[in-house]
Structures are given as structure tokens and as C-alpha cells.
Design a protein around this ligand. Structure first.
Ligand SMILES: NC(=O)c1ccc[n+]([C@@H]2O[C@H](COP(=O)([O-])OP(=O)(O)OC[C@H]3O[C@@H](n4cnc5c(N)ncnc54)[C@H](OP(=O)(O)O)[C@@H]3O)[C@@H](O)[C@H]2O)c1
Length: 284
């Protein structure tokens, strides 16, 4: 079977992992990187290294851009603009929805088909069962190359707006960074000595169970099952228990601010002391 030739622009950690997955899957793979010398193992495995981005784009109907940021991607793609018409450009470079829409307008104006994407994996996960990539933009282009794109992990098409994939990407990353902040705070509360066992035996199973509650069908019942007055009281205690020497205060500020907003919206009348203090209302 003849597999679609693919070009990968950018051989940083992620670009190298993507190119490697295409080579392993048997796709004729052309690679380009600003700094030479990062393609040796890929070339040894069968990839072709192009001397310029334009030469790389010319080699394949499907072009994957995976560069540092939007400005870099626009610069590299601009240098290959003459080669883009008639090709599918899947820009997996991290960026904002507005940047994606601008690049889409530019690329389609040249006569290319455009997909924007968000890679929801780290380089070692690429091609494995835990990896997925979000796409939005030209549906026909996605369907045409879905088989090749699935080499990287599950390929999830969202909608025709090129800004949707980066929006969802940013939203998922926000969830991840929020989780990371909570984990860091929890470790600081129990202290370094107990952190490893606490994390493996208690924190991870607890977070897995709670992820199901937040995102699952039970989410709508959350307020009924766990009344806000009760949550406000518990939050007050979390903040008190956190006020040890080694616990950073950043999450505390966020949690109290969030609860203040709930309180000021009138969702609870029973105010524990700390919440009352920051919301300016007396304790009930
Ligand atoms: N790594 C991850 O865990 C991960 C996960 C999801 C998404 N992503 C996204 O994947 C994209 C690439 O990330 P990465 O991990 O591969 O980053 P990286 O290792 O820092 O690689 C950056 C790439 O951009 C190129 N580059 C930087 N400045 C350039 C310039 N002025 N002109 C031309 N090329 C330039 C680099 O080329 P040189 O080798 O010449 O410097 C390299 O190919 C980013 O948008 C990132 O957000 C990464």
C-alpha cells in the first residue's frame, strides 16, 4: 500500500517524535529543521532531510508544522509560501485561536487547505494509546489525511473553525496546570518526607475518582451532594491547615477568591470565618 508522503517542519522534541512516528509507520517522510544535525537518526531510519523549508513542503501533500510558536511558524511557512498551494497544512504549533484563524486565512488565501491542531501528549507518548491530537479547520482535508494523522495518536476533529482546536488545547492545558498547582499545594501540606507514599497511595486515586465526578454525569448533582455552605466551611479549614511554613500561598488566594465570588453571588449564607473576613460579611 502506498502511504501518504508527509513533511514535518521543525525537529525539536515534539517534531522529532512526530517525524519518527511517521517513519516507523512507513510513510515517506521529509523533514526540515532550522539548525542542521537533528535529523541523522531519522535519515538513518529512512527519512529525507530537505535543505530548505520550501524544498520540504514541495516533497509532500501533507505538511505538518511543529515549531516553537506562532511567530516562528509564520516565518518558516512564509519562506515556503510558493510551495504551499494545493497542499494540506496541519499547523500543530501551539498558538491562540486568533493566531490560528490568521494563519488559516493566509494559507487558504495562497491556495492551501488548512487544519490547526493541538497535540495532547508529550513526545514519548506520541503514537501510543494515551496520545491524541485535536484538529479543526478544513473537514475535507482532515478526512483525506485522517489515516496518516492517526499515526500520531487518536485524531479528533472538532469543527470548521481553525480557532477551536487551539481553544480546546488551551482549555485542556489550563485544567492540567490547575491540577499541577493543586498537587504541588497538597505535597507541600504533607511535607517532602511523606509526599511519595501520599501521592501514590492516596492523591492519585483520589484525583482519578474526582475527575470522574467533575466531568462525568454526576457533575450536575455536585451542588446537591456537596452543598456550598459545607464546601465553604471545608475551604476555610484547608486554608488554616495550609498556613505552615512551606506551603505556598498562591493557591489559597485563588481558592478564597473563587469562594468569595460564590458568596457574593448569594449562593451560600453560612459563612465560615475566613470566607466572611475576605467577603466583608459577618459570620452567620
Ligand atoms: N514538547 C512537548 O511536550 C509538547 C507537547 C505538546 C505540544 N507541543 C508543541 O509543539 C511545538 C514544538 O515544541 P517542541 O517541544 O518541539 O519545542 P522545542 O524542542 O523547543 O523545538 C522548537 C522548534 O522550533 C524551532 N525554532 C525555534 N525558533 C526558530 C526560528 N526562529 N526559526 C526557525 N525555527 C525555529 C527549533 O529549531 P532549532 O532546532 O533550529 O532551534 C525547533 O525545531 C510547540 O508549539 C509546543 O507547544 C510540545
Amino acid at each position: 500500500m502506498n502511504l501518504t508522503p508527509v513533511t514535518v517542519l521543525g525537529l525539536g522534541s515534539m517534531g522529532h517524535a512526530l517525524a519518527s512516528a511517521f517513519v516507523k509507520a512507513g510513510h515517506p517522510t521529509t523533514v526540515w529543521n532550522r539548525t542542521p544535525g537533528k535529523a541523522a537518526d531519522l535519515v538513518a531510519a529512512g527519512a529525507t532531510e530537505a535543505a530548505t523549508a520550501a524544498e520540504a513542503v514541495t516533497a509532500s501533500p501533507l505538511v505538518i508544522a511543529v515549531l516553537l510558536d506562532d511567530a516562528v511558524a509564520r516565518g518558516v511557512l512564509g519562506s515556503a509560501a510558493d510551495a504551499l498551494p494545493g497542499r494540506v497544512l496541519a499547523n500543530l504549533t501551539n498558538g491562540t485561536p486568533a493566531q490560528a484563524r490568521e494563519t488559516a486565512a493566509w494559507a487558504t488565501g495562497l491556495g492551501a487547505s488548512y487544519l490547526d491542531g493541538g497535540i495532547m501528549a508529550t513526545p514519548p507518548l506520541i503514537g501510543g494509546p494515551a496520545s491524541f491530537v485535536l484538529y479543526s479547520g478544513d473537514r475535507a482535508a482532515f478526512e483525506q489525511h485522517e489515516g496518516a494523522l492517526k499515526v500520531l495518536g487518536d485524531a479528533k476533529y472538532l469543527d470548521a473553525d481553525p480557532g477551536t482546536a487551539p481553544l480546546y488545547d488551551m482549555a485542556l492545558l489550563s485544567g492540567m496546570y490547575g491540577l499541577a498547582a493543586g498537587v504541588e499545594h497538597a505535597f507541600a501540606m504533607v511535607g517532602a518526607e511523606r509526599a511519595a507514599a501520599f501521592g501514590a497511595e492516596l492523591l492519585v486515586p483520589w484525583l482519578q475518582a474526582m475527575a470522574g465526578v467533575f466531568a462525568g454525569p454526576a457533575a450536575a448533582d455536585m451542588e446537591a451532594d456537596s452543598p456550598l455552605g459545607m464546601q465553604a466551611a471545608a475551604l476555610d479549614n484547608i486554608v488554616r491547615a495550609s498556613r505552615g511554613e512551606n506551603v505556598p500561598r498562591e493557591l489559597e488566594v485563588h481558592l478564597l477568591t473563587m469562594m468569595r465570588q460564590i458568596v457574593s453571588a448569594g449562593h451560600t449564607s453560612v459563612l465560615p470565618p475566613l470566607i466572611a473576613e475576605i467577603s466583608g460579611r459577618p459570620t452567620a
